[in-house]
Design a protein around this ligand. Structure first.
Ligand SMILES: *[C@@H]1O[C@H](CO)[C@@H](O)[C@H](O)[C@H]1NC(C)=O
Ligand SMILES: *[C@@H]1O[C@H](CO)[C@@H](O)[C@H](O)[C@H]1NC(C)=O
Ligand SMILES: *[C@@H]1O[C@H](CO)[C@@H](O)[C@H](O)[C@H]1NC(C)=O
Ligand SMILES: *[C@@H]1O[C@H](CO)[C@@H](O)[C@H](O)[C@H]1NC(C)=O
Ligand SMILES: [Cu+2]
Length: 253
């Protein structure tokens, strides 16, 4: 494991609002492909000379988007494309990782704390060029974890248990090419009024390799969510017996 510290002076800019968080890192089959604003992290246990790659469009800060009709819902507020793509093979095991502060991957701290309970979702969008696309196209869902009324475990609880990590298998039959991967956590602690739900998302730019042909239908952002969806306008403290995860069904291939 190697850390490349760009500058620690920027730490002063890190917001300290309790519970706010950012998906910062992406692992592919157990290897980190990088990134945070402060520290470029590189882990490949079998090759310590590999290039550092930064394919995350890191949000400007860890504040949530709260307006479901805003274009910010695509890839977070104020983000712009970055140059690198992460190479991912169809059928690969991709992990996205959330933490509260930029570059702070300390597993003793909650990935998303402050009672920010809610679902965790991952979408993909096939694009012509992941290093320039705005995310205005069609998104299909590849993973989700909502709420289990028996265990009372939310998707965000699982993030906290797993040091911020959420893994999913890229459907093996997807057509190769450039994609955006949109990792999202939705915090519902104050979601009992319209506009209360907090959406935390990061887009990663990938180049998918493989020989599949599937191009699943999808949804758009904004458009996929309504402020009054049952999984968005909700009092989670009301002895929940079920939970409806926002967005479309997961495409499993
Ligand atoms: C994907 O990788 C994670 C992290 O290494 C692991 O915990 C998980 O079991 C893997 N999933 C599958 C389906 O192999
Ligand atoms: C990690 O290094 C090994 C050995 O060089 C290489 O085969 C593998 O492709 C690398 N993994 C990634 C994700 O770059
Ligand atoms: C939400 O975003 C839409 C589209 O940009 C905008 O028209 C609307 O004023 C925003 N609502 C709030 C409360 O900011
Ligand atoms: C994506 O991967 C394919 C297959 O390896 C390669 O031919 C292509 O040049 C890559 N595209 C980009 C933009 O990296
Ligand atoms: Cu919050």
């Amino acid at each position: 494991m190697r850390y490349f510290t760009i500058t620690s002076g920027l730490l002063a800019c890190a917001t300290s609002v309790l519970g706010h968080s950012t998906f910062q890192d992406m692992w592919v089959d157990g290897y980190v492909f990088a990134v945070s604003t402060l520290t470029v992290l590189f882990i490949n246990s079998t090759d310590s000379t590999d290039d550092v790659s930064t394919c995350a469009r890191l949000p400007l800060n860890n504040n949530p988007v709260t307006n479901v009709t805003s274009n910010d819902l695509r890839c977070n507020a104020g983000t712009t494309p970055v140059t690198p793509l992460c190479t991912v093979a169809t059928g690969g095991n991709v992990t996205v990782e959330m933490h509260a502060q930029p570059g702070d991957r300390d597993c003793t701290k909650e990935a998303i704390g402050g009672n920010h309970y809610g679902p965790v979702l991952v979408y993909m969008s096939k694009v012509a060029n992941a290093a320039s696309d705005t995310g205005s196209g069609s998104w299909f869902k590849v993973a989700e974890e909502g709420y289990n009324p028996t265990t009372k475990i939310w998707g965000t609880d699982s993030l906290n248990t797993n040091c911020g990590k959420k893994s999913f298998i890229v459907p093996a039959d997807l057509a190769p090419g450039n994609y955006l991967v949109r990792a999202e956590a939705i915090a519902l602690h104050v979601a009992s009024t319209i506009g209360g739900a907090q959406f935390y998302m990061t887009c990663f730019q990938i180049n998918l390799t493989g020989s599949g042909t599937a191009t699943p239908a999808g949804v758009t952002f904004p458009g996929a969510y309504s402020a009054s969806d049952p999984g968005i306008l909700i009092n989670i403290y009301d002895n929940l017996q079920s939970y409806t995860i926002p967005g479309p069904a997961v495409f499993t291939g």
